[in-house]
Design a protein around this ligand. Sequence first.
Ligand code: SAM
Length: 261
Amino acid sequence: MRGSSDPLPPEAAEGGRREAAPIGGQFGPDFRDLASCRAELRSTFAERSDWEVELGFGKGRFLVGSAAAAGARPFLGVEMVSKYFRLAARRAASRGLSNVVLLRGEALYLIATLLPAAMARTVHVYFPDPWPKSRHHRRRLLDPRTVDLVLSLLDPPRGRLFFATDHLEYGEAVVETLSLHPAVDVERVDAWPEGPRTNYEAKFEREGRPIIRLVARLRGDGRASLLHPAGRDDLLVGPAPAQEPSASRTSSKTASLQYTR
Ligand SMILES: C[S@@+](CC[C@H](N)C(=O)[O-])C[C@H]1O[C@@H](n2cnc3c(N)ncnc32)[C@H](O)[C@@H]1O
């Protein structure tokens, strides 16, 4: 677990792995296509709300290291590059981990189509692709137009998102995006507690490179279901449904109608 004010949970801090029942039994290093096990996966994910989810795990250093130290707590990793997915799957198998599920695929697609809302105690996003060109920002995992998908994984009221990047412009944009989000409180942190690091973080720490790290906590006041205002305002409905629309934000001559919540 991460965050300067959040020490490692007792089971992770112990450093030893407890015996754990295999998650979903059959999901080992023998890969299956999603279509053949979608229903099983969904029910496996929905059984608990304390998953630790890492989006874009790369070579799996943090994910596998954390799962090995975490006893029975379940970990889900999502990675879209096959060679990294297979590398991490081999690492998890060689350590005999039964508390890890890995998915190869695009994270936002999988959140939208497979992963149940509120399944996760923690979501980790470390050194995600920064998509620096502004016309590509909407591809970022944490942009006003995508952040609600990522936050939807978190179980209220305890859910937390951990994020780090060396791309300072992206990092500042994520701080702003999360600060404007009504469902979370954001805290910048200088360093994580002792524990496994991702490949990128270990390398950049050795090099002394500036890193933006932050923790976003779901607010405990029932606002977790609220959407990011900018993402929400990007959504339009047309033509006008029967009920009275808000006339306040018609933005073009084609008069797309936008409804306020
Ligand atoms: C710069 S690497 C960082 C890897 C790792 N998190 C680390 O810190 O060492 C970004 C990783 O995220 C993966 N990735 C980027 N966008 C993704 C997405 N939308 N869905 C799933 N994986 C993604 C990339 O394939 C790559 O492995």
